[in-house]
Design a protein around this ligand. Structure first.
Ligand SMILES: [Zn+2]
Length: 69
């Protein structure tokens, strides 16, 4: 399941994705709402990330939002 975290297709096209991938959408939504953001460069990181994958900074903050549906 971890490989879906940074799938750019899901992030960019989840609004247009057909309903047949409802499970995938749900997963993507969850992943999209629960991740860490680097305070240094602003890039998204995995929920399990200890440090930024771009600038290697440990200055990460949680991104948490409620699902609006
Ligand atoms: Zn960073």
């Amino acid at each position: 399941m971890e490989e879906y975290i940074f799938n750019p297709v899901i992030h960019l096209k989840d609004k247009k994705m057909p309903l047949r991938d409802a499970t995938l959408i749900q997963l993507a939504q969850k992943r999209r709402l629960y991740y860490k953001i680097c305070r240094e460069c602003g890039s998204r990181n995995a929920p399990t990330a200890e440090k930024c994958r771009k600038c290697r900074s440990y200055n990460l903050r949680w991104k948490k939002r409620e699902i609006k549906r």
